[in-house]
Ligand binder design. Structure first.
Ligand SMILES: Cc1cc2nc3c(=O)[nH]c(=O)nc-3n(C[C@H](O)[C@H](O)[C@H](O)COP(=O)(O)OP(=O)(O)OC[C@H]3O[C@@H](n4cnc5c(N)ncnc54)[C@H](O)[C@@H]3O)c2cc1C
Length: 402
């Protein structure tokens, strides 16, 4: 089999990269060891967040919001999004100061954000009972996708429409090279000749990189959320709320509330040290820990206090040492590209990351800068340093300047 490029991994990042390259006229084959979207991407909360820690990520996040909202126009298939806006809430003096700084810098970068009063917070978010002493920032651009599978389905349909071939239950077992240059890949059942191979293997990105002797600096870290049983009191139009001092997010979901939290001492889990059959289903989950951490917001969100849980799910983020994506070419393995280092926002940012990578890979558009996301930027790192910095980035997801 021969193609212009092969993508390893049919999660949000792999499918988006494949789709954008196909839109630029390239022939693309995607292989996945499991079903498309069945790993991290299928577990996502579906949140899009316009306020980011730096200008580059802000541009990507806002571009992704725009591309998701207008998916049908450029991809040719529909995608439903919920444009509810969001509140960022801080209750401690330290986190209020942090949010004020984020507000100022985000406005400079063009994000539509402003401080909101208690009455507005109470009025817009029926499930949140403000104490009156919190700082709330209104972010009207923010949105979510109700079920993560609908973005995957939209990517799949658009890929099909534009000629991308997706091969499922077909793990890549080798990346082929000739004098270090990529020439294709191998699965158990075939050889695929391709001058470009993209490593978009999520929590397995390091493992796949090693097939080409490349070191990909990502540390997989567990993340979990729950959705409560439906409650008549939650309005579907209610916004997302992120309480940053509690490192939690909430949004309406299936008539109930979704609650997710970034644990201060998260579990790092590398599939390279697991049996070969390991999948996201094998990530050990801990509902008790999640419920305990929900206690931080029960004064304002009484609904999560001892709520009946309809769904509890989790998976692995791929954290990088500086909290930024790994998106670009690997310089010492020509032809190998990486789409990883999602740092907990790979589902939403996949729209812009795929577009950015496609511009770089095809080289036929003035490429926006990939430099800040180069997979080469870390140099040699010990395993311990990688896990330590990755877990720090995870724990400081909402306050990375801390
Ligand atoms: C509970 C949870 C909530 C989240 N919420 C959000 C959110 O609200 N917003 C947001 O933006 N992000 C969120 N994320 C993060 C987001 O899900 C990830 O950033 C994103 O899905 C990463 O996409 P990916 O394509 O890199 O990985 P994946 O979806 O894991 O895809 C990688 C694929 O590679 C395949 N693969 C691995 N090895 C091989 C091989 N050798 N050969 C072939 N295929 C291989 C895997 O089977 C897999 O399908 C959340 C994550 C979790 C776990």
């Amino acid at each position: 089999m021969e193609t212009d490029m092969a993508v390893i991994g049919a999660g949000a990042l792999g499918l988006s990269t494949a789709l954008h390259c196909a839109l630029r006229g390239r022939s693309v084959v995607v292989v996945d060891r499991a079903a498309a979207g069945s790993q991290a991407s299928g577990r996502a909360a579906g949140l899009f967040k316009s306020v980011q820690a730096d200008q580059a990520r802000t541009l990507l996040a806002r571009r992704s919001i725009e591309r998701a909202a207008r998916f049908e126009e450029w991809a040719g298939v529909p995608l439903a999004v919920r444009r509810t806006g969001s509140f960022l809430v801080a209750r401690s003096a330290k986190h209020k100061a942090f949010l004020r700084a984020e507000l100022a810098q985000s406005r400079q970068w063009g994000v539509d954000v402003r401080e909101a009063g208690t009455a507005e917070l109470a009025e817009r978010a029926s499930y949140y009972q403000p104490s009156g002493s919190e700082l709330a920032i209104w972010c009207p651009e923010d949105m979510y996708i109700e079920e993560p599978g609908s973005l995957i389905q939209a990517y799949r349909s658009a890929c099909r429409l534009h000629g991308v071939e997706i091969l499922e239950s077909e793990p890549a077992t080798a990346v082929l090279t000739s004098r270090r240059r990529v020439t294709g890949l191998e699965t158990a059942s075939r050889r695929i000749a391709a001058g470009i191979v993209v490593d978009a293997a999520g929590a397995w990105a390091r493992q796949v990189g090693e097939l080409a002797q490349a070191r990909i600096a990502v540390a997989p870290v567990r993340h979990q959320l729950f959705i409560t049983e439906p409650s008549g009191s939650i309005k579907a139009a209610d916004p997302i709320i992120r309480v940053i001092d509690a490192a939690t997010y909430l949004r309406p979901a299936r008539g109930g509330l979704m609650f997710g939290v970034f644990e201060a001492d998260p579990m790092a889990l590398d599939p390279r040290h697991q049996p070969a059959s390991f999948t996201t289903d094998d990530v050990p989950l801990d509902l008790g820990q999640l419920q305990k951490l929900a206690g931080q917001v029960t004064a304002e969100v009484p609904l999560v206090d001892g709520a009946q849980v309809a769904e509890h799910r989790g998976g692995l983020f791929t954290m990088s040492p500086d909290g930024r994506f790994l998106a670009g070419p690997v310089s010492d393995v020509p032809g190998l590209w990486v789409a990883s280092g999602c740092n907990g926002s790979g589902f939403s940012s996949s729209l812009a990351i795929g577009e950015l990578l496609a511009a770089g890979i095809t080289g036929d558009a003035a490429p926006p800068s990939l430099a800040g996301f180069s997979p080469d930027r870390f140099g040699p790192l010990t395993e311990e340093a990688l896990v330590e910095s990755g877990t720090w980035q995870y724990a400081h997801y909402y306050d990375p300047a801390d």
